[in-house]
Ligand binder design. Structure first.
Ligand SMILES: O=P(O)(O)OC[C@H]1O[C@H](OP(=O)(O)OP(=O)(O)O)[C@H](O)[C@@H]1O
Ligand SMILES: Nc1ncnc2[nH]cnc12
Length: 174
């Protein structure tokens, strides 16, 4: 079953002009959810990943079961003020606004082999900020993994041009 066929598009949400790619319809489908997690897990099975970093909030839903299946740890990257211990943070630009993400300073150790997961890449601002935080802690980002790439917005290309590896399960070219 193609994953893309289970993702719903909501026009003009949360703002006029945004085509919102809604993965809740994929997540509620038992085969869709299992296929999503299994496809990602299989790709990284022999990569010796020891930390899976998930980006709040939709990224958590994908990253945690992948971490479990790979036998890796799960690390949350969160919106400001949500993490209780000492954090480092990075500001970034969204397709529909500005934001900031944070991670615990002790979440990543030197030489950790990190798989970075989010549900979707648009401008790439969120993913780029997360990569910066992981690299600041001397972790190695093995690959950035997304369910959805919106290549027309340019984020995935920009990150690839910076030398980062990116993999997505599906893309929207419109
Ligand atoms: O490539 P970008 O332009 O940075 O956009 C992608 C980010 O935007 C969405 O998150 P959002 O901030 O809407 O938060 P949510 O997951 O909590 O809904 C999405 O889940 C990605 O994290
Ligand atoms: N078009 C979009 N659909 C869903 N999530 C998003 N995050 C940023 N842009 C988005």
């Amino acid at each position: 079953m193609p994953i893309k066929s289970l993702i719903r598009t909501i026009a003009h949400y949360p703002r006029e002009g945004i085509m919102f790619r809604d993965i809740t319809t994929l997540l509620k489908d038992p085969t869709g959810l299992r296929t999503t997690i299994d496809q990602i897990t299989e790709r990284y099975r022999s990569e010796k990943i020891n930390k899976v970093v998930g980006i709040e909030s939709r990224g958590f839903i994908i990253a945690a079961p992948v971490a479990y299946a790979l036998g890796a740890g799960f690390v949350p990257v969160r919106k400001p003020g949500k993490l209780p211990a000492d954090t480092i943070g990075c500001d970034y630009q969204l397709e529909y606004g500005r934001d900031r993400i944070e991670i615990h300073v002790d979440a990543i150790e030197k030489n950790d082999r990190v798989l970075l997961i989010d549900d979707l890449i648009a401008t790439g601002g969120t993913m780029e900020a997360a990569i910066k935080l992981i690299e600041e802690m001397n972790g190695t980002v093995i690959e950035c993994c997304l369910v959805v790439d919106l290549p027309t917005i340019g984020g995935s290309k920009r990150l690839q041009q910076q030398g980062h590896k990116l993999f997505s399960l599906c893309r929207y070219d419109d």
